[in-house]
Design a protein around this ligand. Structure first.
Ligand code: URA
Length: 232
């Protein structure tokens, strides 16, 4: 592999940025400074940046606290895509949203360049629960819990069993679903006579939205967090 490609993958930067970095003479290959992006390197070579070993990383996993107004896409004709929020240091790594949130929904959205991961996450057969906080225009009733748990008939499909949790304020609820059909949570709430005024995804599987991540901010998942995604 070319050295600039290797550095781009390790540092999550673009190849052009990697070449600029190389020119400054901070990269060594087996102890010798190498300023050339086209240098061919192999797995056994010891590559260091300012003396620190560079670990090769193929995949990137980002957590976004999605703001309202952005679409879960790579490009869109009318609205800004969530990929506009990718920090510059990850710009060259082709991350895209794994799953989708409506334009008006806030909260936890993962972006990745790992196609298998994205597929597993969005496949309803994998039964990964997505947890949403919803504020409603009318109080949820105790009997609605059973309606959600049984699954309900919507216009185009029957929902899988869902969990409904009513908070101390019955106009504020948590809903957990394993699917991700168009407007699903909004439609399920509407089916029992309540309109969703505000919706935020707060968890995917065992992974919770980082409360310290400001709306609109994005950061890499830790290894620990990554493991939690597929544990409900
Ligand atoms: N359900 C919805 O209605 N909207 C979302 O964004 C996600 C789930």
């Amino acid at each position: 592999m070319r050295l600039d490609k290797y550095i781009a993958a390790c540092r999550a930067c673009t190849r052009r940025e990697a070449r600029e970095l190389l020119k400054t003479g901070v990269v060594t290959v087996n102890g010798t400074v190498c300023p050339y992006g086209n240098e061919k390197i192999s797995e056994t070579d010891d590559i260091r940046l300012s003396g620190v070993p560079l670990i090769y990383r193929v995949h990137l996993y980002l957590m976004l606290n999605k703001p309202a107004g952005y679409v879960s896409a790579v490009r869109d004709r009318r609205y800004p895509p969530v990929t506009d929020l990718i920090p510059p240091e990850f710009a060259g790594m082709k991350a895209y949203p794994a799953g989708r949130l409506d334009r008006n929904t806030e909260g936890l959205l993962l972006l990745t360049n790992d196609g298998d991961f994205a597929h597993r996450l969005t496949s309803p057969n994998k039964n990964v629960y997505k947890r949403y906080f919803a504020r409603l225009d009318a109080p949820m009733q105790e009997e609605d819990i059973a309606t959600f748990a049984e699954g309900m008939e919507l216009k185009d499909f029957r929902t899988k069993p869902a969990r409904l949790e009513i908070t101390d304020d019955p106009c504020e609820v948590y809903v957990e679903i394993t699917e991700g059909k168009y407007h699903q949570v909004r439609r399920m709430c509407a089916k029992v006579g309540k309109n969703v005024l505000y919706l935020r995804r707060v968890a995917i599987g065992g992974l919770k939205l980082d409360e310290n991540l400001a709306v609109g901010d994005m950061r890499e998942l830790t290894d620990e967090e990554l493991k939690k995604v597929f544990s409900n």
